[in-house]
Design a binder for this molecule. Sequence first.
Ligand code: FDA
Length: 309
Amino acid sequence: MAILDRAIVRLLPAVPRPVVRRISDRYIAGSELSDATRVVRALNAQGRLATIDILGEEITNEEKTRVIMRAYEDVLAEIDRAGLDSNISVKLTGLGLELDYELCRANLTRVVEEAARRGNFVRIDMEDSSTTDATLRLYRGLRESGLDNVGVVLQASLKRTVADVQALADLKPSVRLCKGIYIEPPAIQFREYGAVRANFVRALEELLDAGCYAAIATHDKFLIGEGERLVREHSLSREEYEFQMLLGVRPGLGDELVAQSHKLRIYVPFGAQWYEYSLRRLQENPSIAGYIASDTISRILHPRANGTT
Ligand code: FDA
């Protein structure tokens, strides 16, 4: 399968843009903020919350980071204007992490302060392992400066993650726990499927034991089941945790969570850079190409089963 996934990724640049667009349509709201508004409104009507992400372009200078920072301010204003139930997710490389730590801190602080002014919340996505330390340091700095409307992401595939939960526990952080999308050196990453699952469960247990707010971000039915079990064992109310999924991925599983009265937040990416973003994400992790290919084929073969996987 891995060879097939890599072959699909290599062929992708040759696939006409409109075809890639059609395939990525269900995973990306569109190129404009109005597209994100339309998609989030529909999700809210189905009892789902959202987190809006602006698809980033390659960041080569300070001005580009400010453009993204201002675009996030526009998203926060739009959430208010349209009365959406949504927060935002930001990538720190988009705000300048690889250019200059202080620049990134200034941009991030401004976005989090603007969200605080509007009673909203900012989730800092986690990128590859070269950014983990700086991301956690920036997060701690914000919290210690008194900003509480901000959360971070930890990746269960990284061997360090349980230690990161323990190191952050004094802050009672809001943590989105996911498997992690980036392929890292085996010395720092669990590669075996079962080992990633086991570390996910362990990290989630640590988070809940420490009284943290956990956002359980997965489409893995086994982990959703483990999440439900741990939430039950910790006697948490609906407001004390949430599940999260990506737009367009396994919506039927999301229906089940909502029907069981769990909070479910959907990650809604939008932006003009949808094509570059799609290719980059696929190149970072070719197994996604396999998911999308098999999902697209199964939708063609079993149209009635659409959305129920
Ligand atoms: P797994 O990969 O086993 O997937 C289970 C099933 O879900 C697959 O068999 C497939 O059917 C389907 N599936 C999963 N992902 C799919 C996709 N992209 N397209 C189509 N089908 C798919 N990662 C990270 O490193 N930093 C981050 O900040 C975030 N943020 C984030 C937010 C939210 C809300 C989610 C749900 C995920 C992330 N991730 C992330 C991505 C995450 O790390 C992980 O790569 C994916 O969620 C896939 O892992 P699963 O736990 O779903 O299991």
